[in-house]
Design a protein around this ligand. Structure first.
Ligand code: SF4
Length: 293
């Protein structure tokens, strides 16, 4: 655990949020595209597309998300609910973004369309059948529902076989991987609404969220003593969420966006830098800065 006391760490992370230009950073982030949609139903669908494609370089992934969403028009929920399933395979004939092909988007769109016709929303697919004990407040129950959500979506795909590209788009937490993009989607749905997160789901409390951990955020979490595991896997993502919950039990991921954008904005270059580190809001808790002092 961090050498920095929880109150001091909390103060550093609050300062990180205060130092982050949230509106500017949102416009550089995949979630900025989701905010362009006006209704909750459309935002939920756009969010699953955008989060699923939120890998690779930010300057490349945002155009890829726009390209993926363009055929669905300004109202993707209405479009997918009302379009005949046989029309979907024609929507992305030339789409290629790293591991993702147009056929993978067809699988995703087909699964979402089926869900909109049957359950009316992605949240309804995620929630357990019994409405007792809602909202979900603990990480264990959330992971169970998250895995069930992915399993059901995968079963509703277009192609008979479960292709690698579609598995990559929608990873299953039951595999033990960090599932950063899936947990990003849940953060957008559960937290807020605020400048960043959308707050569309009532059935998942922010207290249950898992850190959307990738190589960049995991480094920063290690610098702050929020993470010791070398692997960036589900155990690591849960460990970070548990430690952030010591600082804010009801909303542990309130620090995620600002922390993540320290890396995305290249403000942190992951080594001691005399021009950057003294101005960094978490410098007082960063083990790299400590070592060089
Ligand atoms: S103090 Fe320097 S190395 Fe540490 S997080 Fe900040 S910018 Fe990165």
């Amino acid at each position: 655990m961090s050498q920095t006391s929880p109150p001091k760490l909390k103060a550093l992370l609050e300062a990180t949020i205060a130092a982050c230009s949230l509106d500017d950073r949102r416009d550089q982030d995949p979630v900025g595209i989701v905010h362009e949609y006006k209704t909750s139903a459309d935002r939920e669908i756009a969010a699953l597309f955008a989060s699923s494609l939120a890998y690779g370089r930010v300057d490349l992934l945002r155009p890829a998300i726009r390209q993926a969403l363009a055929p669905l028009g300004p109202h993707p929920a209405t479009y997918l609910r009302e379009t005949k399933p046989q029309a979907l395979p024609k929507l992305w004939p030339d789409f290629v973004y790293r591991m993702t092909r147009g056929e993978d988007l067809v699988d995703l769109a087909t699964a979402i369309a089926e869900t909109l016709r049957r359950e009316r929303s992605l949240e309804a697919l995620y929630l357990p059948e019994s409405s007792e004990n809602l909202p979900i407040r603990d990480r264990e129950s959330h992971l169970r529902q998250a895995s069930s959500f992915v399993t059901k979506l995968r079963l509703r795909r277009h192609r008979p076989d479960l292709h690698r590209g579609f598995r990559y788009l929608l990873p299953d937490p039951a595999d033990g991987s960090a599932c950063k993009r899936l947990h990003l989607f849940f953060r957008w749905m559960s937290r807020g609404p605020d400048q960043i997160d959308l707050g569309l789901w009532d059935g998942l409390a922010p207290s249950a969220l898992i850190m959307p951990l990738d190589t960049h955020t995991s480094r920063l979490c290690r610098y702050l003593g929020l993470l010791e595991r070398k692997s960036v896997d589900q155990k690591a993502a849960v460990q970070v969420a548990e430690r952030l919950a010591i600082l804010d039990a009801s909303d542990p991921l309130r620090y995620d966006f600002a922390l993540c954008h320290l890396g995305i904005s290249r403000r942190c270059i992951h080594r001691w830098c005399p021009q950057r580190c003294p101005e960094c809001p978490i410098e007082a808790g960063c083990v790299i800065a400590d070592r060089s002092a």
